[in-house]
Write a protein that binds this ligand. Structure first.
Ligand code: NAD
Length: 264
């Protein structure tokens, strides 16, 4: 561990349990000296997140459902009161109706399209704006995306469309906030077995396919995603903004499985 994050304070949104990508990121940031605040979605998740937050010395644990604007505002009011300002934000939030994370994208309903975009895309813009207002000395903002944004991934469907919009948001927000030395980036993670990941039909098949076909012949751990988050949220990456950084064992470079594996 280092002191890369010493003196830096930030908010982590999206820890549901100890399998969450946000938790892998939080552990790495804390071990390099960051002071963390967490949000949780509802009391059931709150009971899970509390001991995790305590284990990394976090004192601020704030409820937040991004569908409720008052609760979003409440988070940033609390941060302003308690800390005055922040140095970084991690947004690791996504949702779509499980019934539409299978079958055809064409069958997406109007209601779920709107809700998926609201929670998985617009929430990032909404929290980034409020976080930036608390970053008078510059800062770094990070979200999580998936390669299904630009390439068709079976069953990912409307979530792929939302991730494409999220990635575009990263670039527009990077431009909006760049003049204030606030950077905005995304990590495009390979498949991880999490609560959200389990909502996608045949997630296990996709996970195993990527494990077999990625250049590194494996998937990635949440700690590896955390390592890249440490780079993007620390002063190591002060020249980097608007970037979509893959942490996927190289899977995104592959056009088709290795020929040796196709031969029967
Ligand atoms: P997770 O289930 O652990 O985390 C998802 C989080 O979203 C939960 O903490 C949940 O409370 C939160 N959330 C959902 N709706 C919300 C709402 N209305 N208000 C507030 N919070 C809400 O799963 P994860 O896989 O760690 O997901 C984190 C991020 O990583 C997501 O953006 C996901 O799309 C992305 N991602 C996941 C994978 C993967 O394979 N698991 C791969 C690439 C990117």
């Amino acid at each position: 561990t280092t002191t890369l994050m010493a003196g830096k304070r930030g908010l982590v949104m999206g820890v549901a349990n100890d399998h969450s990508i946000a938790w892998g990121i939080a552990k790495v940031l804390a071990s390099h000296g960051a002071e963390l605040a967490f949000t949780y979605q509802g009391e059931a998740f709150g009971r899970r997140v509390k001991p995790l937050a305590e284990s990394v010395g976090a004192k601020l644990l704030i409820p937040c459902d991004v569908e409720d604007l008052a609760s979003v505002d409440g988070v940033f009011e609390t941060l302003k009161q308690e800390w005055g300002g922040i140095d970084f934000l991690v947004h690791a939030i996504a949702f779509s109706d499980k019934n539409e994370l299978k079958g055809r994208y064409a069958d997406t309903t109007r209601e779920n399209f709107t809700r998926t975009m609201m929670i998985s895309c617009f929430s990032f813009t909404e929290v980034a704006k409020r976080a930036a207002a608390l970053m008078p000395n510059g800062g770094s903002i990070l979200t999580l995306t998936f390669g299904g944004s630009t390439r068709v991934s079976p069953n990912y469907n409307v979530m792929g469309v939302a991730k494409a919009a999220l990635e575009s948001s990263v670039r527009y927000l990077a431009s909006d906030f760049g003049g204030d030395e606030i950077r905005v980036n995304a990590i495009s993670a390979g498949p991880v077995r999490t609560l959200a990941g389990a909502g996608i039909a045949d997630a296990r098949l996709m996970y195993n396919f990527q494990r077999k076909n990625a250049p590194l012949r494996r998937t990635v751990s949440t700690e590896e995603i955390g390592g890249t988050a440490l780079y993007l949220l620390s002063d190591l990456s002060t020249g980097v903004t608007g970037e979509i950084h893959f942490v996927d064992a190289g899977y995104n470079i592959i056009a088709m499985p290795r020929l040796d594996d196709l031969k029967v």
